[in-house]
Ligand binder design. Structure first.
Ligand SMILES: Nc1ncnc2c1ncn2[C@@H]1O[C@H](COP(=O)(O)OP(=O)(O)OP(=O)(O)O)[C@@H](O)[C@H]1O
Ligand SMILES: Nc1nc2c(c(=O)[nH]1)N[C@H]1C(S)=C(S)[C@@H](COP(=O)(O)O)O[C@H]1N2
Length: 175
């Protein structure tokens, strides 16, 4: 099965064309460096509206059958930041370790790492992971959690992800 990966940028300004979506691009670049298997991307840029975020996540998970969905933006405390709420609303199971680890690692880079409420969870055969909006946060967060991502996707019946192990080494306890 060819892996499908959803990349969802949640940003009022990127979706309005005020700035180029560098964070979505960073997700594509980092995943391109990590993955040795063939994969297809499903990409969307939407404003910070909870209903639109939920709709996009459900479409990527249920219709497009993405094994992994990575969001960027909308995780902070500002009024319009609702990506974690939308993620929780569509997930059957939350995976708190992802947010805990990303926040902890991010503190090495910025003291404001604690302002991100980023979460991860499972919807069907999809793992959804929230990342902050800043382009530089993408690699900082993904480097920390990605080693656990392929095995998590194995456990929920998603696509079998393989990686360039000199770049990132996935850990599969039963391999
Ligand atoms: N998708 C993106 N592409 C490029 N830069 C971004 C993106 N998202 C955020 N940034 C940058 O990070 C800074 C802080 O992100 P912030 O959380 O304020 O943005 P956001 O909430 O994603 O954007 P908005 O307020 O338009 O929804 C922004 O001012 C911008 O410079
Ligand atoms: N790794 C990392 N995490 C980070 C940051 C960062 O630059 N790098 N920025 C922080 C800041 S300043 C904010 S406000 C929160 C929330 O960002 P968001 O609302 O764009 O998702 O993420 C935090 N987490």
């Amino acid at each position: 099965m060819k892996a499908k990966i959803g990349i969802l940028t949640v940003s009022d300004r990127a979706s309005a064309g005020v700035y180029e979506d560098l964070s979505g691009k960073a997700i594509m670049d980092v995943l391109g460096e990590y993955l040795s298997c063939e994969w297809e991307r499903v990409y969307e840029v939407i404003p910070d509206e909870q209903s639109l975020i939920e709709e996009a996540l459900k479409d990527m998970a249920d219709v497009q059958e993405c094994s992994l969905i990575v969001t960027t933006g909308g995780t902070g405390p500002a009024l319009r930041d609702v990506t974690p709420e939308a993620t929780e609303a569509v997930c059957e199971k939350m995976m708190p370790g992802f947010g805990e680890l990303m926040r902890q690692v991010s503190l090495k880079y910025v003291p404001t790492a604690i302002l991100s409420r980023q979460v991860a969870g499972i919807r069907g055969k999809s793992l959804i992971i929230n990342l902050p909006g800043k382009p530089k946060s993408i690699r900082e967060c993904l480097d920390a959690v990605f080693p656990a991502v392929p095995y998590c996707i194995d456990l929920i019946g998603g696509a079998y992800l393989t990686c360039h192990e000199e770049v990132i080494k996935p850990f599969r306890p039963k391999a």
